[in-house]
Design a protein around this ligand. Structure first.
Ligand code: GLV
Ligand code: MG
Length: 324
């Protein structure tokens, strides 16, 4: 281990994160029943400029009046380049009571963006005597944000999670695609079987680098990496494939832009019974190995060692967090 300890963000389940536009109060009411680990109430891109003020009022009422159970609740504020953002922060902290857990900051570009929001949030919290400190979720969805992802991740002790905003990221990097998440048929490799002329085209994952980069930055700062939206609501197979790729790379969860995607996210980001069984077998085998003074052993024909203990513990701890 490094001599530099990694402080972990508060442990919260974040398998699924439901996006709900603040402009429609009925949607906010319905969201209270959604089986989501986290819900973000949106003031940003799902809300048209003319509806921003009403959306803010709706969200303030929803936070004061609706029963959100034990879900983690977040509000996505507007970007720092808009004049809506300061009032989002001020009005919500001054008028919406203590229920809010997190604020989601979109299109973060630099650590200074986080510093600025932190300063404003801190002043508002102090002014109203808020007891619960608001945590930050940050969307990495611009070329600038990705270029500065490490500093952004470490910019505030309020930081809890990084999210991959695939739609804005594609726009910012001028990727030749109009999909929201998922693969693109033009991104692939043409294989050539040793020059035989026997060629096949294999699709690749155009988001691999971005998600992997974000995961590393998040984990290096003790934050939760979360995969963003998948636009094709009808395509459950596509959602599943994207979610599993993100899970395998280390993401803790994925957004749902429609309630129908929640069940999938909750299932796909939970270790399966088989995974937990194997993890427990690894832990038992390593306990025995350590009693015998051995650092590595084979289990079912595969090498396991001290790193396997940590991998297995991650799975077992996640399963416990879900069942608690
Ligand atoms: C989310 O905000 C995205 O742009 O994908
Ligand atoms: Mg976006």
């Amino acid at each position: 281990m490094s001599f530099t300890p990694i402080e972990q963000a508060p442990a919260r389940l974040n398998r699924s994160e439901l996006a709900v536009p603040g402009s429609n109060y009925r949607f906010l009411e319905k969201a209270t029943e959604a089986p989501a680990d986290v819900i973000f109430l949106d003031l940003e891109d799902a809300v048209a400029p003319d509806d921003k003020e009403q959306a803010r009022k709706n969200i303030i009422s929803a936070l004061n009046d609706l029963d959100w159970g034990n879900k983690t609740i977040s509000v996505r504020i507007n970007g720092l380049d808009t004049h809506y953002m300061y009032r989002d922060v001020v009005d919500i902290i001054e008028q919406a009571g203590e229920r809010l857990d997190l604020m989601m900051i979109p299109k973060v570009g630099t650590a200074a963006d986080i510093y600025a929001v932190d300063m404003l949030v801190t002043q508002c919290e102090q002014a109203v005597g808020r007891k619960k400190r608001i945590g930050f979720e940050m969307i990495i969805e611009t070329a600038l944000g990705m270029a500065n992802v490490d500093e952004i991740a470490g910019a505030s002790t309020r930081n809890e999670s990084l999210h991959f905003g695939v739609a804005d990221y594609a726009a910012s990097t001028r990727a030749m695609t109009t999909n929201i998440g998922g693969p693109n048929p033009n991104y692939g490799v043409l294989t050539d079987d040793e020059g035989s002329g026997n060629r096949e085209f294999h699709w690749g994952d155009m988001w691999h680098y971005a998600i992997a980069r974000m995961v590393v930055a998040a984990r290096a700062h003790g934050l939760r990496p979360v995969d963003g939206p998948f636009g094709d609501i009808e395509d459950t197979e596509g959602y599943k494939a994207q979610a599993l790729r993100a899970a395998v790379l280390g993401c803790e969860g994925k957004w749902a832009i429609h309630p129908s995607q929640l069940k999938l996210a909750n299932e796909l980001f939970a270790p399966s019974e088989k995974d937990v069984e194997r993890a427990n077998k690894i832990l038992a085998a390593m306990e025995q190995a350590q009693k015998e003074g051995r650092g590595a052993v084979t289990l079912d024909g595969r090498l396991i060692d001290i790193a396997s203990i940590k991998q297995a513990e991650n799975l077992v701890n996640k399963a416990k967090q879900i069942s608690d």
